[in-house]
Structures are given as C-alpha cells and as structure tokens.
Design a binder for this molecule. Sequence first.
Ligand code: CP
Ligand code: NVA
Length: 307
Amino acid sequence: MKKDFLSIRDLSIYEFSQLLDRAAEVKKHPRKYYRALEHRILAMIFQKPSLRTRMTFEAGMLQLGGEAIYLAPSDIQMGSREGAYDIGKNLERWVDGIMLRTFGHQIAVDLAASTKIPVINALTDLSHPCQAMADFQTLREHKGSLANLKLAYVGDGNNVCHSLMLAAARGATKMAVGTPAGYEPKPEMVQAAREDGKDTGFALTLTNSAEEAASGADAVYTDVWASMGQEAEKEKRARIFAPYQVNARLMSHAKDGALFMHCLPAHRGDEVTDEVIDAPSSVVYDQAENRLHAQKAILLALMGKKD
Ligand code: CP
Ligand code: NVA
C-alpha cells in the first residue's frame, strides 16, 4: 500500500479487495489484533464536527493496543495558527500516523507530502474514502458479493458520492447517480471512476431523475443535501433537492428488499423519511459499525509492523 490513504484511488483493485477481506477478519476476530498497534499513536485533526469518525478511529486505535489523540479545530487552528507543512513536520517527531478531517482536499495532500508518517483522509470536501470502505464492507455482507450489484446514489454529487464511485469501480459494482442538474459529481471524479473501472464490469449512469437512478437497484444510498461547510445554502438546497427525497415511493422503483444506505448523520424528513431509514432493509447502523472495522484494517495496513 502507499504511505497515505487520501483517496480510494490510492488503492489498486487488489488492495481494495484485500482491505475488505482484512476488515471482515478484524470484525470476526477482534481479539487477535489487541496488540497489533501496541504503543502506536494516531493524531486526529478535526476541522469539522464528527460522531462516527472520531469514535471509530479512537476506539479502533485503543482496541488495537495503541492510542489516539484528538486535536479539535480550536486547538491547532490549522491554516491560521500554523500551516499543514509545519504541522506534519512536528507531528512526525511524536506520533506514528495522522488522521485528518478538513475542507479543501489540497490541505490533506499538502499534509501528506510534508511528513514521512501515514496520513488518512477522514473526509474532505472532495472525498470520504473511509466511509466508502465501510459501505462496501456492508454491501458485501448483505449481498454476498459486489460484482453485478446496482448501487443507486440519489441526492448531492458530493464527497461521499465521489468515493462510492471510485469504490464501485474497484468492486465491479454498477452505479447510477441521480442528482439535480448542477449538482452532479465532479467530472474529473466521474472520469477517474470510469477509467479505474474500465476492465472490472463497472458501469456508471448519471441522470437527473431519482426514479431512473433507483430503478432496479439492489441498494439506494443518499446523503445530506447540504454538507458541512454549505450551511449557508441549506434553504436553497432544500428546495432544489426536495424531489430527490428517498421515501417509500422512490424505494418502490428499486428491487424488492433493496437496502437503504446513508453515511449519517441523516436529516430525517429531508433526504430520507423515517419509514425508509427505520425499515428492516435499512443498513445505516451496520455502515456506522463497519467504520470501526474498515478503519482498523486501514490502520493495520498503514501503521502495522512491516514484515
Ligand atoms: N459518516 C460520518 O463520517 O459521520 P461523522 O461526520 O459523525 O464522523
Ligand atoms: N457529505 C457530508 C458527509 C458527512 C459524513 C458532509 O461532508 O458533511
């Protein structure tokens, strides 16, 4: 594996599948790994809020025998008090890895370039690769395999959508993305996914129709309409995205028993209704649980003993 995990693009098709296997193994036999990262320390830099990411990285490091140190936005004031370069140069003298949640993706790239220790992207405005690993672990658990499934993503063509497309390209999972016009995933991410999946059986459809995206899907995924940092656009987006709500009517276009997926936090009543997120076919809490296992696999790959 590369030194850093900044994007699903850092993984070959083989490494993607190996990481999913390792995540499943760690989930099944957690005790085997209780000392795997003994005395290793992860610094966790957060410039945005979090429940799942902080909890799962911190609990994951403790369960692997290591430690995690939380650095809140007000602590290091990245970018104003000190830039990514100097932060990376300092942290590598004390700890064994860095996890970063920030705004611009370039900040994560700059941090990774500044330091010899691994840097893990725990969400940027461009991508959320740890989420996609947990999501594909969840899909595989519920559907047995990833190949030939149809994953529908409905809503904003955002960071989560980008990482799902790149993961689908590696898993040979077909994907349909339904967004309002003007809110499609970034063309360079679409192109990257198509390039990465050209030999895997991956296919990607982009549409402005939520129904077309959901049609015949094995799983329907959505995310918030306004991501962290877009709070000022919340009302405008609520109007534009209203026809993209995942409700029972939209789910009726998917296959019988299709899974409902969401990275959480969810805004119930906006992008998803209670009846869908609370239905037996909703796997949102499995996704949240798998953040722990998928990230333990990533931590082991990047911070474990190289032998
Ligand atoms: N899904 C996710 O990343 O959740 P948090 O923002 O709570 O970490
Ligand atoms: N797209 C959302 C994901 C939150 C986990 C955001 O960036 O806020």
